[in-house]
Ligand binder design. Structure first.
Ligand SMILES: [Zn+2]
Length: 394
């Protein structure tokens, strides 16, 4: 029995001893989250419910739970959703990153290419000590993110170095990242992407590309992706957006989605989102599969702020609250195997829960070009429960 199986068996035993049989309610819960509006797109659930937790797992989601609880969390007037999963962050840049994300409701994170082969140990060390599951995409550029461009010097796109680093850290490096903007790759985007695929080919790991302002068209780049690969910054404006000069979606983009390639937001601060491009793309019914922040420890003071803010931006473009929650929970959980059991409040699932506030009012949302749109609703982080334990508020 490996460690994961052991944890599973132990939790299962705890559940069984409390529950008696599946479906019946235990006599006592470790924690009940009471009276919130539970929105779980994985269950098509949007209703006021109590959520009962035993042994770090969801034990019941019912209109009312009458059994005793060691602790209760009053969620009346708030949203109770699966713990948020952010597949594009830079949380592994510093030790305090994961804890800050956790307070914002983020119970799983991916660091998208902060470090290359040369700096991977430090990034993996942050992931190892993270309270919530955190994993790393290695940058194909062996120096990681460089001010002068990760792979403008093609020698930095070192397949052997990347592959060796992945093999040293198979448990924490779950994929690879290639940043393909002209300022990062010069004119090397096609070659860099080929090398990126080559580095993970024997291991079958996913590639995430950072699109937008690349020297080559996505018509050339997207066919180099395989099912399960991720395109981040899907709302990046031209040149080389996912729409052509007339604002029409490229046929290659639709073909990529049909093949199982994931389109992710990656909010960030520069060059990734412009409201007129968002309007063009979403107006054609092309919505993101996943919403992510491109977060770092400075994000509180930028247009990112927190994950809930990044999610709220799309309420103004036709998405419902449940739609944006799906992009930050179940859809995100499906992108990396480390999250396969998460993103849901299914009975039996690990009890990772985000309590959010949905406030009505007048809110301004920033793109990456100092343009604002107004919205009448904004989600705010409130409480986080990780594996059944309430996270202290800072
Ligand atoms: Zn990023």
């Amino acid at each position: 029995m490996n460690r994961r199986e052991f944890v599973y068996a132990a939790a299962g035993a705890a559940l069984l001893s409390g529950v008696g049989r599946l479906g019946a309610q235990p006599r006592r819960y470790d924690l009940i989250i009471r009276g919130g509006r539970v929105i779980d797109p994985s269950l098509r659930l949007d209703a006021v419910r109590d959520v009962g937790i035993v042994g770090g797992r969801i034990a019941a989601v019912e209109p009312t739970l009458s059994a005793e609880a060691a602790a209760t969390l009053d969620a009346r007037g708030k949203l109770v959703v699966p713990g948020l999963i952010d597949i594009h962050t830079h949380a592994a840049r510093s030790a305090e990153g994961p804890g800050l994300l956790l307070r914002d409701g983020v119970t799983g994170w991916i660091d998208a290419g902060s470090a290359g082969a040369d700096g991977i140990e430090a990034a993996v060390a942050v992931a190892r000590t993270s309270p919530q599951p955190g994993r790393v995409l290695i940058n194909i550029g062996r120096g990681g993110i460089l001010p002068d461009g990760d792979t403008k010097d093609l020698a930095l796109a070192d397949v052997g170095a990347a592959r060796a680093a992945i093999e040293r850290h198979r448990d924490y490096v779950v994929g690879i990242k290639a940043r393909l903007s002209e300022t990062v790759v010069g004119s090397n985007d096609v070659e860099v992407l080929k090398r990126t695929q080559q580095a993970v080919e024997p291991l079958g790991l996913p590639v995430m590309i950072h699109m937008g302002q690349s020297p080559s068209s996505l018509r050339e780049l997207l066919p180099l992706l395989k099912p399960g690969d991720i395109v981040t910054h899907l709302f990046a404006p031209p040149p080389n957006a996912i729409v052509d000069d007339d604002g029409r979606l490229l046929p290659e983009v639709l073909a990529a989605r049909r093949r199982g390639i994931v389109f992710d937001v990656g909010n960030g601060v520069r060059d990734h989102i412009r409201w007129d491009t968002v309007e063009q793309i979403m107006g054609q019914g092309f919505w993101p599969d996943t919403i992510s922040t491109d977060w770092n420890v400075m994000s509180r003071t930028t247009g990112v702020v927190d994950f809930a803010n990044c999610m709220s931006k799309y309420l103004g473009f036709g998405m419902s609250v449940s739609d944006v929650i799906a992009c930050a929970t179940i859809n995100a959980a499906r992108t990396f195997t480390v999250f396969r059991d998460l993103g849901t409040l299914n009975v039996g699932a690990p009890a990772d829960v985000a309590v959010l506030e949905l406030r009505d009012g007048e809110f301004e949302f920033l793109d990456n070009y100092e343009n604002t749109i107004k919205g009448s609703q904004r989600l705010f982080p409130s409480e986080t429960v990780l594996r059944g334990v309430r996270v202290p508020r800072a």
